[in-house]
Design a protein around this ligand. Structure first.
Ligand code: ATP
Length: 579
C-alpha cells in the first residue's frame, strides 16, 4: 500500500495542494457572509457592491479549484487501485508453484476484487476526505479565533467529546472489517466451486443442494458485512448527535453575546457557518479514521500478496542439460511425518526414453515435480549435469522442460493462441507440431487454427485438448518432455501415434508416467522405472523386468487384463511405425 502511495506521490501532493486551497477557500464563505450581512444592516451600498464583485470572482475560483481537486482525487483513486491490482497480480505470479497452490485461486480473485474495492472505499477515499477536512478544520479554527475566542473554546470542548467517544469503536471495527474480508474470500471460493461444478451439479440433479449452499454462503457474507455496517452506523449516529449538540451550543452562546452587545448579527451568521466548518470536518475525520484503522488487516493481506517471491541463491547458474538429470536419496512429503518419496535415487540420461509406472498414489507425479524444480523443500539432491538444482536459475530451468498433464488448461482464445501462447513460431515449426500432435486430423472438422476453444477449452473434447497440449510442448523444442498421462484422453490410435512419434525424437529425453501396460509400446522405452509406496522398486527394460518376474511383472500382468491385447494393437502399432 505504502509503495503504491509512494509511486503516485506527485499526484498525491497535487491533490493535497488543491484540497488545501479548496478547503481554505470554502472557509472564507463565513467571512463573506459576515461582511455582507453587516454591510446590509448598516445600509452601506458601496461596501455591499464591493463584496458582491469579490464574491463573484471568489465563487468562480472556488468552482475551478473544486473541479481540479475532484479530478485529481478521482485520478488518484484510479491510479492507486490500478497499481495495487498490478502489484498483487505480480506478487501472485512471482510465487513458486507450491506457494501459489497453498491458497485457493478464488482467494486470489477475492483479493483482486473485493479487497481492492474495500481499500478504495475504506482507505483511499477516507484518506482523501481526512486530508481535506484537516485543512477545513485548521482554517475554520483560525477564522473562529479571529471572530470569537470564547465560541472557539466552547467548540474545542465539544470536540474533545466528539474525539473520545467514537475512538472506542476502533478495535471492534477492525475485527469486523477483518471478518468481512475473510467472509468475502470464503464466499468467492464457494461461488467458484459451484460455478466450476456446473456440469456435475446438472447431471447429478444437485440444483437444490447448490441453491441451498449458495443461499447459506450469500447470507453469511451479507450478515458479516451487516454486522460491520451496524457498528459503523452506531459510530456515525453518535458522531452526528454530538455534532448537532455542538452547533446548538454555538448558536445559544453567540445569541447570548448579541444580547450582551458583544457580537454583531453578521458575526453570528459567520460563527454558525464556521461551526459547521469546525464540527463537520471533525465529524468526517472521526467517521473515517476508524475505517482507515479497521481496514488495516486488508492492507496487510494486500501487502503480503504484493510481496515479490524471487529467491536469489548465492550463485544462480544457467541450467545446462547435456548429460543427465539425477536424483540422490530424495525424501519428500506434503505433510510432516507422511513421506511420499522415500530415499529415491535415479539417473536419467539425455536422449533416453523412460516410462514411470506403478500403482496409483505411489509418488510418480511427485517424483517428476521434484525433478523439474516444482518443489524445493526436500531432502537429498536433484542434479542437472551434476549441478544442484537449487543453485540454478529456476526461471531458466523452465526453458529445458515441458510437461503435458492429464488436465490441460486452455485459454479462452483460439487453437493457434493455445499452441503458440504469446510466442512467434515459423509456419514450418507450426506445421510440424500440428502433424506430430495429431491436431491436423481434427482441424479439418473446424475453422482451422482460428477456431475458438471456449472457456478452458469447453468447445473441445478431452483428447483434442491434450493434442493441443502436446503441440504446445513440442513447438518449444525443449530437451526434456514429461508426459504425465498426457495422452490418456486421446483415442487409442492417436495416442499411440503421438507417443510413437515422441519416442522417435532422438534428442528428446522423454519421461512418460503411464498406466497403459502395453507390451509393444512399453518395449520401445529404454527403461521402465517401477515405483511402489514412494520407492523405486525395480527398473530395467521391459524384457529384463518381465524376465525377472518380480513386482513389476505382477503389476503388469494384472494391468494387462484391462489393457487391449497386443494382438488387437499389432496392426495399429505397425501403422505407427510406418509413420
Ligand atoms: N498437492 C498435494 N498435497 C498433498 N498431498 C498430495 C498432493 N499431491 C499428491 N499428494 C499425495 O501424495 C501421494 C502421491 O501422489 P502422486 O500424485 O505423486 O501419485 P501418483 O503415483 O502420480 O498417482 P496417480 O498414478 O494416481 O496419478 C498421494 O497419496 C497423494 O494423495
Amino acid at each position: 500500500m505504502k509503495a503504491s502511495l509512494r509511486q503516485h506521490k506527485l499526484l498525491l501532493m497535487i491533490t493535497l495542494f488543491f484540497s488545501i486551497i479548496t478547503a481554505a477557500a470554502g472557509v472564507l464563505i463565513a467571512l463573506v457572509l459576515q461582511k455582507v450581512i453587516d454591510a446590509a444592516l448598516q445600509g452601506d451600498r458601496g461596501l455591499f457592491r464591493e463584496i458582491l464583485v469579490i464574491s463573484v470572482v471568489y465563487l468562480l475560483l472556488l468552482g475551478v479549484m473544486g473541479l481540479i481537486y475532484n479530478l485529481c482525487s478521482k485520478a488518484l483513486i484510479r491510479n492507486l487501485t490500478l497499481s495495487l491490482r498490478e502489484r498483487v497480480f505480480r506478487g501472485i505470479f512471482s510465487r513458486k508453484a507450491e506457494a501459489f497452490a497453498a491458497s485457493n485461486t478464488a482467494d486470489y480473485l477475492s483479493a483482486l476484487t473485493n479487497d481492492i474495492k474495500q481499500l478504495e472505499d475504506q482507505y483511499i477515499q477516507p484518506l482523501l476526505q481526512v486530508m481535506q477536512n484537516v485543512v477545513v478544520f485548521a482554517a475554520s479554527v483560525l477564522v473562529l479565533l479571529y471572530i470569537s475566542p470564547l465560541v472557539t473554546a466552547i467548540l474545542a470542548g465539544c470536540m474533545v467529546l466528539i474525539f473520545i467517544i467514537p475512538s472506542l469503536f476502533g478495535t471492534a471495527l477492525q475485527t469486523k472489517q477483518s471478518a468481512v474480508s475473510a467472509q468475502m474470500s470464503i464466499f468467492t471460493i464457494r461461488l467458484k466451486d459451484l460455478l466450476s461444478g456446473f456440469e456435475v451439479i446438472k447431471s447429478y440433479a444437485m440444483g437444490t443442494y447448490a441453491g441451498h449452499k449458495f443461499q447459506t454462503e450469500n447470507r453469511q457474507a451479507a450478515d458479516t458485512r451487516f454486522a460491520a455496517d451496524r457498528l459503523f452506523a452506531l459510530n456515525e449516529s453518535v458522531s452526528q448527535t454530538l455534532a448537532i449538540l455542538t452547533q446548538f451550543a454555538v448558536v445559544f452562546v453567540a445569541a447570548y453575546l448579541i444580547i450582551t452587545g458583544n457580537l454583531s448579527a453578521g458575526s453570528l451568521v459567520a460563527l454558525v457557518q464556521l461551526s459547521g466548518g469546525f464540527v463537520g470536518p471533525v465529524l468526517v475525520i472521526m467517521e473515517n479514521l476508524p475505517k482507515i484503522k479497521g481496514v488495516r488487516p486488508v492492507v496487510e493481506r494486500i501487502d503480503a500478496l504484493s510481496a515479490q517471491h524471487h529467491d536469489t541463491p548465492a550463485e544462480q547458474l544457467d541450467p545446462q542439460f547435456n548429460v543427465a538429470l539425477s536424483a540422490n536419496h530424495l525424501q519428500f512429503g506434503y505433510t510432516p511425518g507422511q513421506p511420499v518419496l522415500k530415499d529415491v535415487s535415479l539417473t536419467l540420461d539425455k536422449g533416453k526414453k523412460y516410462a514411470l509406472a506403478g500403482p496409483s498414489g505411489c509418488g510418480k507425479s511427485t517424483l517428476v515435480k521434484l525433478l523439474t524444480g516444482y518443489y524445493d523443500r526436500y531432502e537429498g539432491t536433484v542434479e542437472l549435469d551434476g549441478t544442484n538444482l537449487k543453485q540454478l536459475d529456476t526461471s531458466r530451468l523452465q526453458e529445458l522442460v515441458s510437461t503435458i498433464h492429464q488436465n490441460v488448461y486452455m485459454f479462452d482464445s483460439d487453437i493457434h493462441f493455445n499452441i503458440c501462447l504469446h510466442e512467434e513460431f515459423s509456419a514450418e515449426q507450426l506445421e510440424e507440431v500440428l502433424h506430430t500432435s495429431g491436431i491436423h486430423k481434427f482441424l479439418e472438422q473446424t475453422n482451422g487454427l482460428q477456431s475458438p476453444v471456449g472457456e478452458n477449452g469447453s468447445q473441445l473434447s478431452g483428447g483434442q485438448r491434450q493434442r493441443i497440449a502436446v503441440a504446445r510442448a513440442l513447438i518449444r523444442n525443449k530437451p526434456i518432455l514429461i508426459l504425465d498421462e498426457g495422452t490418456s484422453a486421446i483415442d487409442m490410435q492417436t495416442a499411440y501415434e503421438i507417443e510413437g512419434r515422441l519416442l522417435a525424437l532422438e534428442d528428446l529425453t522423454l519421461i512418460t508416467i503411464t498406466h497403459n501396460m502395453n507390451e509393444l509400446m512399453l518395449g520401445r522405452y529404454d527403461e521402465i522405472i517401477y515405483m511402489e509406496e514412494g520407492r523405486i522398486a525395480e527398473r530395467g527394460s521391459l524384457h529384463e523386468l518381465l524376465a525377472y518376474g518380480g513386482r513389476f511383472h505382477d503389476f503388469y500382468t494384472q494391468k494387462e487384463a484391462v489393457t487391449p491385447s497386443n494382438e488387437q494393437q499389432q496392426p495399429l502399432l505397425q501403422e505407427i511405425d510406418a509413420v
